[in-house]
Design a protein around this ligand. Structure first.
Ligand SMILES: NC(=O)c1ccc[n+]([C@@H]2O[C@H](COP(=O)([O-])OP(=O)(O)OC[C@H]3O[C@@H](n4cnc5c(N)ncnc54)[C@H](O)[C@@H]3O)[C@@H](O)[C@H]2O)c1
Ligand SMILES: O=C(O)[C@H](O)CO
Length: 386
């Protein structure tokens, strides 16, 4: 028998019971649900990561939909429990859904939502921040200053890397990877090399046009190259940022062998998912190559770091905050709530998950659709014609 879990209740007499496993930023998502006759229960348990047992207790005997988090294990057990309680809607409050077994959701006919687009620029900005912080050794220098070690300007003090004219490498040039590439190319006049399973024509066009602009103004034009393999990117780039989805093709993409092919003074950024990098191999590489630097937002066994990582001066580590801007987090909450609401109300699925702006406009009612359902096709859900 699962232990009861503490909750806060909104609109107790609502017809549809929706559960959110965490409190989420903003109030728009709450209002949108209660205006549409939902009784909303928000879990108020103090512990950060809820167990499967906790979530089963939250689902209870009758539940129409759940908004969950990327830290939760949404597999067979939870989808079976949700389906038994009459629920057909789940949404992660995240764009990544590697914590969700979509096949299990399909088996129980549960729609799985995610929150693309609203976090693209925010996440790319954190990847750019880590790139700059690593290149210019900002965290090390800050620690030095606070420790009272600064006793005057010196020619060799915290010398780092100039980005201008260097090559930025992007692995996974989807929404976030492309936004990051544009920031680094336009902001720092870096050349681009990227690897993705698909061609990113818009990104290529952008770099070409910016290169032409620079040339017309008497500056060195920036260039782009689509690599035919990931190893080409690792060998050629000075700064490499990882932005693929996590699946079996990207697990430990960066490992002992691939690290060995990178430049000794390269910078590696990971704002995708921890297991894309073999963290044990990375720690060893950082020890052997003091001029190699990393900026990590995600870790292989979150919330833990592999032994030794926290002591490395050439590593910058932050706690999975890439999407943590107020606008983005409130928007993620809105999209997640609307994914669940849309399925409960029988709305179609939005036609383009890359263009979710209409759902984020606070001055207008959202479209009658679920913004992004990743298994819409498998479940045969209708698509909005708007
Ligand atoms: N750190 C964070 O807080 C944070 C925030 C947002 C997203 N993310 C992660 O970033 C990922 C990407 O998000 P997005 O919105 O850009 O998704 P996206 O689907 O637009 O982009 C992912 C890209 O990866 C590519 N890809 C897939 N397999 C590949 C492979 N084997 N090699 C190279 N490229 C491959 C895809 O073709 C696609 O272009 C998410 O899945 C999530 O895990 C993390
Ligand atoms: O996948 C995601 O959305 C992130 O990891 C959290 O923003």
């Amino acid at each position: 028998m699962a232990k009861p879990v503490s909750i806060e209740v909104w609109n107790p007499n609502g017809k549809y019971r929706v559960v959110s496993t965490k409190s989420m930023p903003g109030t728009r998502w709450i209002n949108l649900l209660i205006e549409q006759d939902c009784r909303l229960e928000i879990c108020t348990e103090k512990k950060t990561i809820l167990s499967v047992e906790d979530i089963i207790a939250l689902i209870g005997d009758k539940c129409d939909g759940v908004i969950g988090q990327l830290t939760e294990d949404w597999g067979e057990t939870l989808f079976a429990a949700l389906s038994k309680a009459g629920g057909k809607a789940f949404s992660n409050m995240a764009v990544g859904y590697n914590n969700v077994d979509v096949n299990a959701a399909n088996k129980y006919g549960v729609a799985v939502g995610n929150t693309p687009g609203v976090l693209t620029e925010t996440t790319a900005e954190l990847a750019a921040s880590l790139s700059l912080a690593a290149a210019r050794r900002i965290v090390e220098a800050d620690g030095f200053m606070r420790a009272g070690l600064y006793d005057g300007w010196l020619p060799h003090l915290f010398v780092g890397n100039l980005l201008k004219g260097q090559t930025v490498g992007v692995i996974g040039a989807g929404r976030i990877g492309s936004a990051y590439a544009r920031m680094m190319v336009e902001g720092f006049k870096m050349n681009l090399i990227y690897f993705d399973l698909y061609q990113s024509t818009r990104l290529e066009k952008f770099v070409t046009a910016y290169g032409q602009f620079l040339k017309a103004n008497g500056e060195q034009p920036v260039t782009w190259k689509r690599a035919s393999s990931m190893s080409e990117v690792l060998q050629e780039a000075d700064v490499i940022s990882l932005h693929p989805v996590l699946d079996k093709t990207t697990y430990h993409l960066i490992n002992k062998e691939s690290l060995a092919t990178m430049k000794k003074e390269a910078i590696l950024i990971n704002c995708s998912r921890g297991p894309v990098v073999d963290e044990v191999a990375l720690v060893e590489h950082l020890k052997q190559n003091p001029m190699f630097r990393v900026g990590l937002d995600v870790f292989e066994d979150e919330p833990y770091m592999k032994p030794g990582l926290g002591e490395m001066k050439n590593a910058i580590v932050v706690p999975h905050i890439a999407s943590a801007s107020k606008w983005t987090r409130e928007g993620m909450a809105t999209l997640a709530a609307l994914n669940v609401l849309g399925k409960i109300k029988g709305y179609p699925v939005w036609h383009d998950p890359n263009r979710v702006d209409p759902f984020l406009n606070e001055n207008a009612p959202p479209p009658a659709a679920s913004p992004s359902i990743v298994n819409a096709k498998a479940l045969g859900l209708p698509v909005s014609k708007l």
